[in-house]
Design a protein around this ligand. Structure first.
Ligand SMILES: *[C@@H]1O[C@H](CO)[C@@H](O)[C@H](O)[C@H]1NC(C)=O
Ligand SMILES: *[C@@H]1O[C@H](CO)[C@@H](O)[C@H](O)[C@H]1NC(C)=O
Ligand SMILES: *[C@@H]1O[C@H](CO)[C@@H](O)[C@H](O)[C@H]1NC(C)=O
Length: 763
């Protein structure tokens, strides 16, 4: 069979193939492409069948296509076969994938009936793309899939046939996969994707591929499908710590729960394969009591940290994922010191008692001081608190308490030495220890008398054994070293050992008189008393003692003038013409006592005429009181008493003296002129008198011999070898003048009558 085909581009040119069937009259075939426009000319069928146009009309020609749809129509006027409806080869039920695809119908004529078959072949045009059933597809492939793994892909469909049908596939990108086509027995092609390079989820989790199906038409058509590959994770990555070593500083005594550091490990895997938990490494049970690591990597303190036990911790840690893969690292913790330890003082050796007068720098105690803290927290300084004579010295290992200066038991017999040791931390911690040190006594203090010298008065005529004075000395030492005894030092008084005058009681220090003292023989004497302690060797000191003997009125006055001889009385001559105040005579007496005991007074005891004479109280002068008249007796007798001990008069005199002086001054001015006139007239008068009257002189006063006989029993005149003459003139306050005189053997006149306190003198 021969087919003539004419190709036509975008035009309604007809390709007519006229077939001649020799056995069948009038049968024709045509070939037309699919998809021709409606009304397009297929062929001049009347001409091809050899029919004229009249026959077509008269025969009422029509197309009979049986059950099939009528795609073509017959133009009876012109005898043309035209396209009635657009023909899609691929949709024609009679064609499908079969080739060739032809429309079979008949042209039916009447009068006479004629049936003329016509065949129109519809040829394929590349009017369809290869098409995938789905636009995309998701594949889940494990990253562990091995090279060569196969994955079946969808096929594409292209209704066109022949070259216009599906020809090939391509896959892009093709890094991991290649395509392989398998021709199937039915002529179709199976598409497979083969893994040629392993997937790595950690690099690329989602891989997007574009599968393209190509046909062989001209121009070529294609269809695509997206293949989304999700790479499924496999635990193929271990966790990795961010650091090989984690360093942290931690103060000791930090609170439990303190966050020390944060560790972290990353795991490239996904999901549970990438979930990391942290643990403290094996073999770290000792530190696992102290530290804890949370699942999310917080490294926290759990137990007490003591710098003094460990200054550094190195802890292995592990990070583990759910798949059991792990990594390890280290946490290094430097523990910081805190001043939490007080210094510890230990007494190694100490004295409880030392002697006073210790040499300087004598060691009293040795101790050790330790502070476990470090640096300045453990650097310790020791001092002694109070201001006491001790100090602390230190060597590299020990501290010593040494006596600084001299110790004196008498100043302080006991010391509480408190040593305080403090460290240099902030704040500083300290501790202290107290050592009680007793200072024992050394006999280093001599006795000391309460006074630098002693003086005592003893009234003469004392009884022997009289306690005169008590000496008192003290000694600052202790016990036996302070036990004192008093000793009289040897010396002599007037050639006699002092021990015959006084004795000293060794225990009490009381001085006793050994004999009765006589003031008139011994007025005072000195000696030394020593106080000695019981130490070994003993110490002593001495003091001078002065005993003053006091006078007693134990001697009666002695009349020196007038000298009394053999009971005869002294006679004095007084001229009749004697004036008032005429000095008859002067009595002189002495007393061997001293002081007031020797102050003498003269008083008239008996007199013939008391109004004629008077005796000076103190000076013993006998003077006339008035003019001697003719009526007066020729012989006047008068007894004068001499007394010592003027104390009573003294008193009165003193009281009245001031008054007398004032009165005298007042009277003097008044009487001055009167006296002046009187003196002149008296002078004139005396001048006349002196020419006629006897002129008498004052007698010379002889010394009375010291020894003379005692004529009365009531008192005795002691034998004296020296005596005082007191000028008992107006000034009784003046001192007596001592005159030492050799002894005389002249007897005093017997005319004196001696009383206990005085001597009567008769004229
Ligand atoms: C030393 O301490 C003791 C006991 O505390 C105390 O009795 C004594 O008086 C103290 N001595 C001195 C000298 O302070
Ligand atoms: C008495 O003490 C003095 C010092 O006060 C001393 O010089 C003298 O020698 C001592 N006398 C005696 C006898 O001990
Ligand atoms: C001396 O006078 C005093 C005071 O008037 C008197 O107490 C004392 O007894 C008198 N002494 C003698 C020895 O008369």
């Amino acid at each position: 069979m021969k087919t003539k085909t004419t190709k036509q581009n975008n035009s309604l040119l007809l390709f007519v193939m006229v077939l001649y069937f020799p056995s069948v009259v009038g049968q024709v075939s045509y070939s037309i492409p699919e998809e021709m426009e409606k009304g397009s000319l297929v062929s001049n069928v009347a001409q091809d069948l050899g029919l004229d146009l009249k026959r077509l009309k008269s025969g009422r020609a029509r197309i009979h296509s049986g059950d099939n749809a009528e795609y073509l129509e017959l133009d009876k006027e012109r005898g043309l076969l035209l396209v009635k409806e657009r023909i899609d080869r691929e949709t024609l039920s009679i064609c499908g994938q079969t080739t060739p695809c032809a429309l079979h119908f008949q042209i039916a004529l009447e009068q006479p009936i004629e049936i003329l078959p016509v065949t129109v072949e519809v040829t394929d045009m590349n009017d369809n793309d290869p098409v995938f059933e789905k636009e995309g597809r998701v594949l889940e492939i494990s990253e562990s899939a091995v090279v060569g793994s196969k994955f079946m892909l969808e096929k594409a469909v292209d209704p066109d046939i022949g070259l216009n049908g599906l020809q090939s596939y391509t896959l892009k990108p093709n890094d991991n996969f290649i395509l392989k086509l398998h021709r199937q027995s039915d002529g179709g092609k199976k598409v497979e994707m083969i893994l040629q390079k392993p997937l790595d989820r950690e690099k690329e989790e989602f891989v997007t591929l574009l599968l393209t199906a190509h046909d062989g038409g001209e121009p070529q058509r294609s269809g695509t499908m997206q293949i989304q590959i999700q790479v499924l994770d496999v635990n193929d990555n271990a966790p990795v710590f961010t650091q090989n070593v984690y360093k942290a500083n931690l103060k000791e005594n930090s609170a439990s729960g303190t966050l020390i550091t944060r560790v972290s490990a990353s795991d490239a895997d996904k999901g549970s394969n990438g979930e990391v938990s942290y643990v403290i490494g094996n073999g770290m049970s000792s530190v696992s009591k102290l530290f804890h690591i949370t699942e999310d990597g917080n490294f926290v303190l759990k137990g007490p940290i003591d710098y003094e036990k460990a200054q550094k911790y190195e802890i292995d840690i592990e990070a583990v994922d759910r798949g059991g893969l792990s990594d390890s690292s280290k946490v290094i913790i430097d523990v910081g010191d805190v001043n939490d330890n007080t210094p510890v003082i230990k007494m190694i050796s100490s004295s409880t008692s030392v002697e006073e007068e210790l040499p300087a720098n004598t060691v009293i105690a040795v101790m050790s001081v330790k502070d476990p803290d470090s640096e300045e927290n453990g650097r310790v300084n020791c001092v002694i608190d109070n201001n006491i004579p001790f100090k602390v010295t230190s060597t590299s290992t020990f501290y010593s308490i040494v006596a600084d200066g001299d110790l004196d038991r008498e100043r302080s017999s006991e010391y509480n030495i408190t040593v305080t040791c403090s460290d240099e931390g902030m704040p500083s911690l300290f501790s202290s220890v107290t050592l009680t040190l007793h200072i024992s006594d050394v006999n280093d203090n001599a006795p000391v008398f309460e006074r630098s010298s002693y003086e005592a008065y003893v009234v003469e005529n004392n009884t022997p054994g009289l306690s005169v004075l008590m000496l008192k000395a003290s000694d600052a030492d202790w016990n036996q070293n302070a036990r004192l005894s008093y000793i009289l030092e040897d010396s002599s008084v007037n050639g006699v050992p002092v021990s015959s005058y006084v004795s000293v009681s060794a225990d009490s220090g009381v001085i006793h008189a050994v004999r009765s003292f006589d003031y008139e023989q011994l007025k005072e004497f000195n000696f030394r008393v020593r106080a000695q302690d019981g130490g070994s060797p003993p110490l002593s000191s001495n003091v001078s003692v002065r005993i003053l003997i006091q006078d007693q009125n134990d001697n009666a006055p002695q009349v020196l003038y007038p000298v009394q001889t053999g009971g005869s009385l002294l006679a004095e001559m007084v001229p009749r013409s004697a004036d008032v105040g005429y000095l008859v005579t002067k009595l002189v007496a002495v007393d061997v006592d001293s002081g007031q005991n020797a102050w003498l007074s003269y008083k008239v005891h008996k007199a013939t005429d008391r109004a004629l004479f008077e005796v000076g109280l103190h000076n013993g002068e006998i003077r006339t009181v008035r003019q001697v008249t003719d009526k007066d007796a020729v012989k006047q007798k008068m007894t004068v008493v001499v007394e010592d001990n003027l104390t009573m008069h003294d008193k009165e005199y003193n009281d009245q003296l001031t008054f007398y002086l004032v009165l005298a001054l007042a009277v003097v001015s008044f009487l001055f002129i009167t006296c002046l006139l009187l003196i002149i007239s008296v002078k004139v008068y005396r001048w006349r008198q002196s020419r006629v009257l006897y002129h008498s002189n004052l007698p010379v006063i002889p010394y009375c011999p010291p020894r003379y006989s005692d004529t009365l029993g009531t008192g005795t005149l002691p034998h004296v070898y020296n005596y005082e003459v007191c000028r008992t003139t107006d000034s009784r306050k003046s001192d007596c003048k001592l005159d030492r005189a050799p002894s005389h053997n002249v007897m005093c006149p017997n005319a004196f009558e001696l009383l206990k306190t005085g001597i009567f003198t008769n004229f």
